[in-house]
Design a protein around this ligand. Sequence first.
Ligand code: HEM
Length: 131
Amino acid sequence: MTEPAQTFYDAVGGAETFRTLTARFYAEVERDEILRRLYPEEDLGPAERRMRMFLEQYWGGPRTYSDERGHPRLRMRHSPFVIGPFERDAWLRAMHTALASIDSDTMDDAHRQQFVDYIEMAANSMVNSPL
Ligand code: HEM
């Protein structure tokens, strides 16, 4: 009997890795002038949790995001926020910083590149304003 293929989620260290990644990402949001003013809530904790659940689900981990939030519809959920090239670049900078906090024993280069390709594609697809 063949084992099911290992998910990206498991291959990069599962829950702990996604927790580290999103905690670092939101620490960057907190201190970034462009990003911080976009986030409607004073407490970034709930936003961090939604992002963590989403990424875990996307990469083959628990499906808690959809259990709680339904279909992601991310472009629609971002429509209240003006996202132009500056916001996209600030978001990507924060995500790259977060990714750099995951060591190479936990995430090898091939997985890292896969993650980078995804966030760049996803961030571009969230742009909803020319400026
Ligand atoms: C929510 C900003 C790109 C995933 C949000 C929120 C803001 C925001 C202000 C509301 C915070 C909250 O949840 O209360 C941005 C900006 C982006 C960006 C400026 C720049 C391109 C992305 C990308 C992804 C993503 C590329 C996925 C890979 C999410 C998720 C939520 C969220 C999962 C929570 C959705 C929900 O309500 O369930 N984002 N975002 N965002 N964002 Fe982004």
